[in-house]
Design a protein around this ligand. Structure first.
Ligand code: HEM
Length: 497
């Protein structure tokens, strides 16, 4: 019987009892380990480097025999156990067993507490149980593939998205022409961010905000808020104190007001049936939708910016793949599902981007009751009530055992779109070989179709107009709510003509 009170847990921890049972027995993360890059848990001094915390968790794990190599746990100070897994079979089983039904996992609200304070608790992302299920039903229809990819609606979005992307990239082109320089060095991430927010606010929600206001007012408001969400999760009291001491509290209030103004813009299209709202059939009052709109605005801007930034960053280091994509999109005038289907290199490059550098690098879950999961190859694991489960997608996708040369034809740590060709030749599709870039199971990303359309358009149009090469060598990843290239996608941009 796993311990549930603080005292019983302290006793169990002192005895060194493993609270998990079954075929997948995780190994305990040692509290002290020489040479480790960080402490293996977040605290106010290391929370801005979550990928290093994950590295610290896996420190020395390769020496573990059996399941402990890819499944580890922390169990100390009377806290409930934390299970960290990079085993794709376990990740899939936990995601499949997440939902509102009795005995299923919840999404762990601990890592998103700061997000909830900024967006409200009744959002699809934060809520669990019946509240989540109700929200899910509300957005299922307008976000469904049948709806978004319904020819008439799809073309409407595709055209307005394309016009927006075209306009922004043309501006870049004009700027470059005017400068007279053949090559311009530019950090593309800030440009991508404005473009992503513009598509979301204006094309998707039917708003009418100009790019300068988006760039000067709303993007900074969302950026600061997102930054605030991270520190507010890890060290809320420290954060509040720092804000008071540095006089940032007033500025934060102003930014929050700007965020609310943007939510008003997104909601204003509802009464007129603009953009996505045409498909939205619900009696729910506007106020009941605000938390979700906040999550869509901040979350979608963050995730699509991460995805497109990584794709361009990888391609900037792979000129031969850029040329192959250029040959595919050169004469493409629309980006509907049919034309995109004949751009296999672009599609594989996007798939590979999400595998190697997923926007959401870990997925958090919590066992509401003692829960036994079973993997597809019939391994069982008892996860005791209260356990925080960290599904470490980032490191899972970088393990040679699962994604290396033997399994996929290319080393796991390489950006290799051809790995999907190798797999396809064996009859393996991305549906069979999951990288969890959009999650899996009941809490799968509802914005997948929209996000893929936006990112495909931005990356396709960028390759069509420009040749770009990375200004530096290898780029590191930085991670907060999502991952991004640490160099801000610094590229040398050259016009194609
Ligand atoms: C294209 C880039 C995107 C990526 C890589 C991405 C990734 C993900 C992932 C991995 C999850 C699962 C999280 C988990 O299981 O804990 C998720 C959930 C979610 N995503 Fe996305 N997403 C993207 C775009 C979007 C967009 C455009 C929207 C909305 C407009 C959106 C809204 C959501 C919401 C509301 C959830 C929570 C769903 C639930 O819990 O039922 N995402 N996303």
């Amino acid at each position: 019987m796993p311990a549930t009170t603080w005292f019983a847990r302290v006793v169990e921890q002192a005895r060194g009892t493993n609270p998990f049972a079954g075929d997948v027995v995780p190994s305990r993360v040692p509290i002290l380990a020489a040479g480790r890059p960080s402490w293996p848990f977040p605290h106010p001094w290391n929370y801005r480097e979550p990928l290093r915390i994950l590295d610290a968790i896996w420190w020395g794990a390769e020496r573990e025999p059996g399941a402990g190599r890819h499944n580890r746990y922390l169990y100390a100070a009377g806290f409930p156990p934390v299970l960290v897994t990079r085993d794709p079979g376990v990740i899939r089983a936990v995601l499949g067993a997440t939902g509102e039904k009795p005995g299923q996992f919840d999404r762990d609200t601990a890592p998103t507490a700061g997000i909830a304070r900024a967006t409200g608790e009744d959002s699809l992302l934060y809520a669990n149980g019946e509240v989540w299920h109700r929200q899910k039903r509300l957005v299922a229809e307008p976000f469904s593939r049948a709806n978004l990819f319904q020819p008439e609606l799809f073309h409407e979005f595709e055209q307005t998205f394309r016009a927006t992307v075209h306009e922004r990239l043309e501006l870049l082109r004009a700027r470059q022409r005017a400068s007279g320089a053949r090559v311009t060095r530019l950090a593309l991430e800030p440009e991508i961010k404005v473009l992503m927010l513009e598509m979301l606010v204006n094309n998707f929600f039917g708003g009418g905000v100009g790019p300068e206001e988006l760039r000067g007012r709303f993007v900074p408001a969302l950026e600061t808020l997102i930054d605030h969400m991270v520190s507010d999760t890890i060290a809320p009291r420290l954060r509040a104190l720092a804000d008071r001491l540095t006089g940032r509290a007033g500025r934060n209030r102003r930014l929050k007001a700007d965020f609310e103004a943007l939510v008003d813009v997104a909601l204003a299209g509802r009464a007129k049936g603009l953009g996505l709202w045409k498909q939205f059939r619900s009696e729910a009052p506007d106020d009941a939708l605000r938390a979700n709109i906040r999550v869509f605005l901040a979350g979608a801007m963050e995730a699509t910016t991460s995805f497109a930034s990584w794709a361009i960053s990888h391609l900037a280091r792979a000129p031969h793949i850029q040329e192959r994509i250029h040959a595919e999109v050169r004469n493409m005038t629309t980006y509907d599902p049919d034309t995109l289907a004949v751009a296999p290199t672009l599609n594989r490059a996007l798939e590979e981007t999400l595998r190697l550098t997923p926007a959401l690098y870990f997925l958090p879950r919590r066992a509401a009751v003692d829960t036994t999961i079973e993997t597809a190859d019939h391994r069982k694991l008892l996860v005791p009530k209260g356990t925080h489960v960290v599904l470490d997608v980032w490191n899972s996708n970088r393990c040679d055992e699962f994604w290396g040369v033997d399994a996929t034809g290319s080393p796991a740590a390489d950006f290799a779109p051809e790995r999907w060709e190798f797999l396809a030749a064996k009859g393996v599709t991305p549906k069979d070989k999951l990288h969890f870039g959009f999650g899996f199971g009941p809490r799968f990303c509802p914005g997948r179709n929209l996000g893929l359309l936006e990112v495909g358009l931005v990356v396709g149009a960028a390759v069509k107009l420009f040749r770009f090469s990375a200004a530096g060598g290898r780029t590191e990843a930085r991670a907060g709510v999502s991952t991004k290239p640490a160099d801000g996608v610094l590229v040398d941009l050259e016009l194609r003509d």
